[in-house]
Structures are given as structure tokens and as C-alpha cells.
Design a protein around this ligand. Structure first.
Ligand code: ATP
Ligand code: MG
Length: 394
């Protein structure tokens, strides 16, 4: 991000930070190049950090003590920060950055002036410039100096919605909600599309998908559309085609055709799926090739190179795992053949589709009868356990 578009991203980010913290009274905000400041107005920092670290577009956050830009004030703020550390470290170093050139001491001098002050107060402590347990950072600017030592990794990526819109194929499984989260993390606004085969699939299966989509809205902080596509007629027709081993291939291609139509009307420029290479028969290279040719839109597969356990770890972190493992049948599991093809042939598949009179009419009908619901974030309490103790997202 360079030049003027950087400012647009940062403005968007600031607005999303404000939205996420709208419940905190009297909090004030400002931004400088590449950095956002939140003045807490007395609110404890832990729950605020817990919420902010989930926002897309933030690389990291730090609780900082701000003070006047004077030597004694800075030394005293440094002491406060050191004293606030739970367990006293054995080694540390001071890293001063002097953005305000009018400050009377150089950053090199300041490293010593602050370091010596701390060492006098903590006789057990020693300096280690290479691999210190604690790096005390001092950022001297004209209007204030910021002192901090914690750097909490945040979700990273781009601010939500800064990279356009895509449709997420959302099943009730573990993978697609994670794929959706990863797409959103990269700045894609997402609308979800779910195919159901009511009455073969239950009302609970639908509720489960609604719940998963709603969970995703928590991370964007804004509403999300969920398109519920009636897939029963197409599925039963394909199931009767006498090509058991190709049913999944045919079903997926029909799904993509319908999704492409929905994309046209909703202005989406891509389709996100939860596929992961080799996980099931429909996710071999050959299968994905034949399936993918049913659409012109780019297929975005964030999980393609991930292992199941890595996907599950993220599902835990984003709070979708518990819902995903509820036992309700998905429309695909229901019609799962005993030996699905891992190596379908495009021409054979196209011939079968051409022989199924009425497939395009059925696709039209499914598009027309798609129900759209809008889901709003039902802000669960921010996880407020000390966020600095959690691992990075990746
Ligand atoms: P998931 O855990 O997301 O269900 P999976 O490993 O079970 O994925 P499949 O069931 O083969 O794999 O589905 C592959 C992808 O196709 C899903 O990740 C999802 O994006 C899409 N998909 C499958 N079933 C549906 C459905 N009923 N509605 C919408 N999308 C679906
Ligand atoms: Mg599935």
C-alpha cells in the first residue's frame, strides 16, 4: 500500500476500531502514519485489547503509558511500566526512538539515561542487548512520549471490506467458516451461500449454518447476507442420473452455476470455498479442475494447502468449531456415494449434464426461490483473559 490509498485503508481501519469500541465511554482516537492511538479514559486495557486483536487489518497492539516528553517524566513512566510486569524479568534493554528531533538527548544517550535509572531500582536486573526478556520501548514525540514493552499480535490482514466482495460457499462443516474468516481477514466483504435439501436436511442443519454465518459477522462488526438455496430438486435429479460416482462432481458444478448467478446480482467478484487439497474425493486436482470449469469467476480456496489440524485450530480460535461439529446432516453427506470419483473426465461430465434435460431450468428455479436473510453481529462478550498470553493467530 503506497501513497494515497494507504490513507484510505487507515481511515477505514480507524472507523472499524471506533465501531468495535463504541461501548466504551469517553475513549478518544487519533492516528499517525501507520499507527492508531486509543486513549482509554480510565477503562482497563485488557478487554479493549481482547476485542481489537480480533479486528482485521491490525498487525499488533501495545498497551502504552503516555507522558510528557521530558527526561524525568520518561524515566518515571519507564519505572511504572517495569513495575507493572507480572514477573520481574532477569534481562532487559531499552530501545529509544526519537521522532522529535528537538528533544535534548539523542536516542543513544536516552538508552543509557533510562536504562541506568531502571538498573538502580532493580538490582537483580541486567542488560542484554541481543536477546532480552523485556524490550522497553520509548517513543519520543513532540506532543508526548509513549513507553511500552508488550507487543500483542493481532489478526493482521486488511481492514474488512477493503478488497471487494466475494460469495462464501458455507456448508455446516468445519472448513468453510474458517475459509470465510480467512477471506474476510484479507479484506473481502463476504455474503454466504448455503445449499439445503429440505426436507432431506433438517431445520437444525439450517439453524447451524445461520449460527456459523452470524459468528462470522462478529469479526466484521457489520451485517452479512446469507443466501439459502433450495437444492432438493437438482440433487434428487442428479442422484437419479445413474452416475453414482460422479454425483458430487455434478452437484458441485450446479452449486457453482447458481452461485455465479447470485454473484451477478450481488456484485461479488469471486467465490470462496473451504476446499483443502486431497481431503476428500472432490478435492483432488482432477476433481477441482472439472468442478471449477463450471464457473468463470475466480475460485478462492484459502485452506487449499492447510492440514486438517491447522484448520481445526483456527476454528477453535474463531469460535466456530463447537457449532460445526453438531451432528446435523449436510445436503452433500446425504447423497454421498460409496466410491466417488477422484478423477472425473470433463467431457463425460458435460455429456451427462447435457443429457439431463431441464438442468438449466432447475438452476433458474433455484436462483429464483433462494431465500435471503440478513444477519447482524450479536456481539458476544469479548474474551478478556489476558490477551498477551495467547499465541499469535498463525
Ligand atoms: P466443510 O467442512 O466446509 O463442509 P468439507 O471438507 O466437508 O468442507 P465438502 O463437503 O466436500 O468438504 O465441501 C467442500 C466445500 O464446498 C465446502 O468447504 C464449502 O465451501 C462447499 N460446500 C459444500 N457443501 C455445501 C453446502 N451445502 N452449501 C454451500 N456450500 C457447500
Ligand atoms: Mg462438508
Amino acid at each position: 500500500m503506497k501513497g494515497r490509498n494507504r490513507n484510505q485503508f487507515e481511515k477505514k481501519m480507524l472507523q472499524q476500531v471506533k465501531n468495535a469500541l463504541s461501548g466504551y465511554e469517553g475513549v478518544t482516537y487519533w492516528k499517525t502514519y501507520g499507527r492508531l492511538y486509543v486513549k482509554l479514559n480510565g477503562h482497563p486495557w485488557e478487554p479493549v485489547a481482547g476485542r481489537l486483536k480480533e479486528l482485521f487489518g491490525l498487525v499488533s497492539l501495545s498497551p502504552v503509558r503516555s507522558t510528557e516528553s521530558g527526561l524525568e517524566e520518561i524515566r518515571s513512566a519507564a519505572m511504572t511500566v517495569m513495575n507493572a510486569l507480572g514477573k520481574p524479568p532477569k534481562t532487559f534493554k531499552v530501545s529509544v526512538k526519537r521522532a522529535w528531533k528537538g528533544f535534548p538527548h539523542s536516542s543513544h544517550e536516552m538508552n543509557h539515561l533510562v536504562g541506568a535509572h531502571i538498573l538502580r531500582a532493580f538490582p537483580e536486573l541486567s542488560v542484554d542487548v541481543r536477546n532480552p526478556e523485556v524490550e522497553l520501548k520509548v517513543d519520543i514525540q513532540e506532543e508526548a512520549t509513549y513507553v511500552f514493552c508488550e507487543v500483542i499480535p493481532a489478526a493482521g490482514g486488511f481492514p474488512f471490506g477493503s478488497n471487494g466482495k466475494a460469495l462464501l460457499l458455507l456448508s455446516g462443516g468445519i472448513d468453510s467458516p474458517v475459509a470465510g474468516w480467512m477471506a474476510m481477514r484479507k479484506g473481502l466483504e463476504v455474503e454466504a451461500v448455503h445449499f439445503h435439501s429440505y426436507p432431506y436436511t433438517s431445520e437444525q442443519a439450517k439453524d447451524k449454518v445461520v449460527e456459523l454465518a452470524r459468528r462470522l459477522t462478529y469479526f466484521s462488526g457489520v451485517s452479512m447476507k446469507l443466501h439459502l438455496v433450495p437444492f432438493t430438486e437438482i440433487q434428487t435429479t442428479l442422484a437419479q442420473s445413474g452416475q453414482e460416482h460422479l454425483i458430487i462432481t455434478l452437484m458441485r458444478r450446479a452449486m457453482l452455476r447458481i452461485t455465479e448467478r447470485i454473484a451477478e446480482s450481488s456484485g461479488a467478484g469471486g467465490i470462496v470455498t473451504g476446499e483443502s487439497l486431497g481431503q476428500v474425493a472432490s478435492q483432488t486436482l482432477a476433481s477441482m479442475n472439472v468442478i471449477g470449469r463450471a464457473t468463470q469467476l475466480p475460485l478462492i480456496k484459502p485452506l487449499i494447502m492447510m492440514d486438517k489440524q491447522e484448520i481445526i485450530n483456527i476454528a477453535y480460535r474463531i469460535g466456530t468449531y463447537e457449532t460445526s461439529i453438531l451432528p446435523y446432516e449436510d445436503c452433500c453427506t446425504l447423497f454421498l456415494p460409496k466410491s466417488p470419483s477422484t478423477n472425473p473426465n470433463l467431457r463425460v461430465v458435460e455429456r451427462i449434464e447435457a443429457g439431463l434435460g431441464g438442468l438449466s431450468d432447475m438452476i433458474e428455479t433455484a436462483v429464483r426461490d433462494t431465500e435471503v436473510i440478513k444477519l447482524y453481529p450479536n456481539a458476544p462478550a469479548a474474551k478478556s483473559d489476558n490477551p498477551s498470553q495467547e499465541d499469535a493467530w498463525f
